[in-house]
Every structure is written in structure tokens, then in C-alpha cells.
Write a protein that binds this ligand. Structure first.
Ligand code: ZN
Length: 356
């Protein structure tokens, strides 16, 4: 019997423990993956710190890249785009699976479809434990979009595709055509960095990035930020006449400043506020008179995911994506990795699974 090793999370303040599970037989439509690399996302840290609740025990980690070990007997052995998949191929996959025939999936919102399942967020049970990134193996369920990727993309860069990069791709879809547009991005964590690079790639004219952290702003220049604004500076003046204001910070102050910066016909795209905050205050009259649209995005759809893979294929060397993971750990040192991430707040900490 082949066994998998996984780091099991039992709740805030409890040490994660390395456990073994027998790898079960695959159900219809499933793929068995050997995880190669997992980066720890901000929402993993929120769960770890108790800012969001998941059913425990669980296996965290959803920014994962891996290689195919086997297919269920009925599997078509093609990826989401219809390209042939083989044993040993490197793949990335949507952080969720859902029923492709549900109304919401058909309306372009599969991330809210029926039978929704999210990797790195589900409860570990006796028969269903291999669904997180802090594990040697993952079983991909039917209804997951799987895409083959090149082994030339470094593992830490490939790992961030299926959460950070795909989510930003969804934001760009909501923003519309960015050619020659003036963009403001509030929040320069990984989503903000990727957003700056993606806006540049999409032809934006000028990219402003604002944050409360001067080091992050410095780093944002390498990811195509033209001008940066330190929000803790009492004299800071955000630009006016912005076409698209993305908020990746989730800070109500930043969302309010973003709305204020928009010009006539501008669009605000809110992505960051996936936790409880105070209510945002908006001057309705000003929104109406300036013809402003406010759009929210949670996760992404399959079109966004395809865009994200294509973007990284074309740009993984054009921007310093290789610097995103600043420290790497092995699976058995996952507790140290989370402690490091909470203490030092790098863009990402990585778990290298290639030696497991
Ligand atoms: Zn994530």
C-alpha cells in the first residue's frame, strides 16, 4: 500500500502534526498528483492565526504545483484545454472543483457552483485526506480545471499560479480593456505585485501602487509600478483621474481612497477584503455623478485560470517572480514555515516537496 504524508492542522495555536495516510483507489474522474511545491498564501495564514475558520482537522495549502502519478480508469487524460496529459506531466489546477452543469458555473461563476470543493480548505476524513498542499499527494476531483505547464517555469513561480495569479487575472477581466489606462493598486502584497505586472502586460499607461509598507513599495517597482505612494505618510496625495482602482489590501481606508481617485467612468475592483472589516463609506451621489462601477471578485473562473497560465508562460522571466518566495522549508518543518511567515511577512514562504 502506498502511503502519503500530510501536515494536519487541528486549529489555531495547535502544532501541525505529520501524519500518514494510505493513498486510496481513485474515484471516477480523479487524478493522483505528486505534489512538488506549495507556497503559503495569505488565507492559509489567516486560518493558522484564527482570523478565519475551517472545519478541522484539515490540510492547508492550496497554491500547489505537482506532477501526475495516475489517472482514474475512466479519465480522458486531457487537460482543461483538451491537450493530452501523460503520467509525469507537471500540472496546475483550479483551487476548487464544482458541478460544471450548475447554473452559476454556466453563468461564468464556477467558483460559486454547486458541489463546491476547495483544495486546502476541506476536512480530513478517513477516505478523503489528500486535498491540500501541505501533503506529499493530492487527489484532483472531477470538476477541477487542470492545465499542463512547462517544467521550465521554476516550481515556486508555478505554485503561485492557481491562487494569486489566477485571482488577479479575474480582477483584470472585471476591469476590462486596460490599454492606455491609468491604474491604481492599493495593497502591494503578492496580489498587488502580480496585478502591476499584469496591467503592464495588458498595456496600461501608468501604474500607481500604494501601501503602508515602504519595502513592499520598493519591490513593486520591479513589478512594473511606475509610481508608488506610502499611505502612512500624512502628506501623501493619491493621483486623480484613475481609470481602474484595484484594492488588494482589504483595508476600508484604501478602498475609500481608491474610489476617490477614480475619474469619470472609472471602475473599482475589490479583491482583498476577504475578512471582516468595518463598513466602507461611499458618497453615493459622487459615485452616480462620476458614473463609477464597483465590482467584487472572490477566487476566479476557468477563463481567468487559463489567462493566468498563459501570462506566466509569457512573463515568468520578465518580472522578478523568482524572488516571490524568499524562504523555503521542507514538509516536516511546516510549523517553522508558518511561524516565519507570520513574523517576517514575506510575499511568500515555500514548502519544497521534491525530496519527500
Ligand atoms: Zn490563496
Amino acid at each position: 500500500m502506498n502511503k502519503a504524508k500530510l501536515m494536519v492542522f487541528e486549529g489555531q495555536g495547535k502544532v501541525m502534526s505529520l501524519q500518514e495516510q494510505i493513498i486510496p483507489a481513485l474515484n471516477a474522474g480523479e487524478i493522483l498528483i505528486k505534489n512538488r511545491y506549495t507556497s503559503i498564501c495569505g488565507s492559509d495564514l489567516h486560518t493558522y492565526c484564527g482570523l478565519r475558520q475551517e472545519k478541522v482537522p484539515t490540510v492547508l495549502g492550496h497554491e500547489i504545483v505537482g506532477e501526475i502519478l495516475s489517472f482514474s480508469a475512466d479519465h480522458q487524460q486531457t487537460d482543461y484545454l483538451g491537450n493530452k496529459l501523460n503520467i509525469g506531466d507537471r500540472v496546475t489546477w483550479s483551487i476548487f472543483s464544482s458541478d460544471p452543469d450548475s447554473e452559476l458555473a454556466k453563468a461564468g461563476m464556477p467558483q460559486k457552483g454547486t458541489d463546491l470543493f476547495k483544495y486546502g480548505h476541506a476536512q480530513v476524513t478517513a477516505n478523503d485526506a489528500l486535498h491540500g498542499g501541505l501533503s506529499t499527494h493530492c487527489i484532483l476531483k472531477r470538476g477541477t480545471a487542470v492545465l499542463g505547464i512547462s517544467k521550465e517555469i521554476p516550481l515556486p513561480v508555478a505554485a503561485i499560479i492557481n491562487c494569486a495569479v489566477a485571482t488577479v487575472a479575474g480582477g483584470l477581466r472585471l476591469a476590462g480593456n486596460l490599454h492606455n489606462k491609468k491604474v491604481l493598486i492599493t495593497g502591494s502584497g503578492l496580489l498587488g505585485m502580480v496585478c502591476a505586472a499584469m496591467c503592464k502586460d495588458a498595456g496600461a499607461k501608468i501604474i500607481h501602487v500604494a501601501d503602508i509598507n515602504p519595502q513592499r513599495l520598493e519591490q513593486a517597482h520591479a513589478f512594473a509600478a511606475d509610481e508608488t505612494h506610502l499611505l502612512t505618510d500624512p502628506a501623501v496625495q493619491l493621483p486623480a483621474g484613475i481609470d481602474v482602482a484595484f484594492d488588494m489590501s482589504g483595508a476600508p481606508d484604501a478602498m475609500e481612497q481608491g474610489i476617490q481617485a477614480l475619474g469619470i467612468g472609472g471602475t473599482a475592483v475589490w479583491i482583498g477584503a476577504v475578512f471582516k472589516t468595518r463598513k466602507v463609506q461611499i458618497d453615493a451621489e459622487s459615485v452616480i455623478r462620476r458614473l463609477i462601477a464597483i465590482k467584487g471578485l472572490h477566487n476566479y473562473n476557468f477563463e481567468d485560470f487559463v489567462y493566468a497560465v498563459d501570462f506566466i508562460n509569457r512573463n515568468h522571466q520578465a518580472f522578478p517572480f523568482h524572488e516571490v518566495v524568499s524562504k523555503e522549508f521542507i514538509l516536516s518543518d511546516t510549523n517553522e514555515a508558518f511561524q516565519y511567515a507570520v513574523t517576517h511577512k514575506p510575499l511568500r514562504v515555500g514548502i519544497n516537496l521534491t525530496q519527500q
